[in-house]
Design a protein around this ligand. Sequence first.
Ligand code: PXP
Length: 246
Amino acid sequence: MGKLRLGVNIDHVATVRNARGSAYPDPLRAAKLAEEAGADGITAHLREDRRHISDADIDGLMAALSVPLNLEMAATPEMQAIALRHRPHAVCLVPEKREERTTEGGLDVARDETRLADFIAPLREAGCRVSLFIGADPAQVEASARIGAAVVELHTGAYCDFHAEGRLAARDEELERLRDMAALAHSLGLEVHAGHGLTYDTVQPVAAFPEVVELNIGHFLIGEAIFRGLVPAIAEMRRLMDTARG
Ligand code: PXP
């Protein structure tokens, strides 16, 4: 099995900053520390309401990072224009609802196939690796392959929620679905990533899927950094991922 990449999502450094309208804590400083700690990439979600990451944060990340930036965004004309201006290494399309606290489900690629195919074409031409954030559903995996996405990111939120709620049979069923979808996506030529809600307790079974090459993890790491510091928090995640990989 190849090495598993870790993308560290720094959105919630910006959440803390924005809670007071201050200039700190600085997401860019967090991103540079994450690089030092062994992150293979930085992920940031520029939401339409700018509730955490700002346009200036994206400018700063593009200028200062030495690892690739994975820009998460909704499939809107405004976001497409921003991505085409910056041309980040990767663009991950996510569904966005204003009233949600976090990205609750995956994209409905199967229902929105024609629009999404048109949407991603210029991003692909601009050299961005386009990733689609989807639930563990074969219809979504197959539609993602048909429209020419390079990557699918499998939504691990339900698996992590079941774990946290102690619903272990449901958790294991969802893990099985994720495993099957990783295999299906890989067989269709898609690169497979996973993320959302992963913690030290839930990361290893997903990290052990041979087809998964990248995990994107944020909220838990930023929270854990309060107690052990950002570099040790990331280093421990890295260690768990590497151990699971064997
Ligand atoms: N991957 C995607 C596509 C996401 O939208 C998010 C949350 O922004 C994550 C990964 C990271 O999730 P978490 O912050 O729960 O680790």
